[in-house]
Design a protein around this ligand. Structure first.
Ligand code: S6P
Ligand code: ZN
Length: 181
C-alpha cells in the first residue's frame, strides 16, 4: 500500500493533520525580559512567535519524535531581542536538533551548572542541543527567523525553571549587535 504523507513541509511551514499551531504573544512572555518597564509599556497582544508542530504520536510516548517549525518575529524589549521562552526538557536527558531555515539569530544554551553559551543561527546552520541543556532562541536580525526542531515525544517542557531563574547570561543588543553579557 502506498500512503500520502499526512503532513507536508512547505519551505517554512507545515500543512495537514495533525499540525498544532501555537502563538506566543508578549503577554505570554511575562518575567522573561530584563527591562520590566519596557515590557509593561509594550503592546501585550504583539505576536512574538508562532510554532507549527507535527505530533504524530501522543505526548509522552517513549521512542517517538516530534517536529516543529518556529517563526520568531524581529523586535526588541528594552535592549533585548525578541526571544522564545526557553526551556529544559522535563525528562532532562532528552536532546533535540534545531536548524535555521531563514533569518539571523542566536541559540542560547545553558547546562545544569548554569554555564551559558550561544551559537549563531543562519540559514543552513544545524544545532545539536544535548540533554540537560536549556535552550532559547533570539532573533538578532531585521526579518523573520524561522527554524526547524526535532525532539523526542516524551521530552516534555520545563518552562518554570527558566521563568524562575532565567539563563545566567543575557543576549543584549549593543549598538545593534548581539552581545552575551
Ligand atoms: C520543543 C522545541 C521548539 C520550541 C519552540 C518555542 O522542544 O524546543 O519547538 O517549543 O521553538 O520555544 P519555547 O521555548 O517557547 O517552547
Ligand atoms: Zn526543546
Amino acid at each position: 500500500m502506498i500512503h500520502q504523507p499526512p503532513v507536508h513541509f512547505l519551505g517554512k511551514t507545515l500543512t495537514g493533520q495533525p499540525v498544532q499551531k501555537q502563538v506566543r504573544k508578549l503577554k505570554d512572555l511575562d518575567n522573561i525580559f530584563l527591562d520590566q518597564a519596557a515590557f509593561s509599556a509594550a503592546d501585550m497582544n504583539r505576536v512574538v512567535y508562532e510554532v507549527f508542530s507535527y505530533l504524530p504520536v501522543d505526548e509522552g510516548t517513549e521512542g517517538g519524535l516530534f517536529f516543529g517549525m518556529t517563526h520568531l518575529y524581529p523586535g526588541t524589549v528594552g535592549q533585548e531581542f525578541y526571544m522564545t521562552k526557553g526551556h529544559f526538557h522535563t525528562i532532562e536527558n532528552r536532546a533535540e536538533y534545531y536548524w535555521c531555515v531563514e533569518g539571523e539569530g542566536m541559540l542560547l544554551m545553558m547546562d545544569k551548572h548554569r554555564n551559558t553559551w550561544a551559537e549563531q543561527m543562519q540559514p543552513g546552520s544545524l544545532h545539536y542541543i544535548d540533554g540537560y541543556t536549556a535552550h532559547r532562541v533570539a532573533n538578532t536580525g531585521g526579518g523573520i527567523l524561522s527554524f526547524g526542531a526535532c525532539w523526542p515525544s516524551d521530552a516534555g517542557h520545563d518552562y518554570a525553571t527558566i521563568v524562575k531563574n532565567g539563563f545566567s547570561r543575557r543576549l543584549l543588543s549593543v549598538e545593534g549587535k548581539p552581545a552575551l553579557v
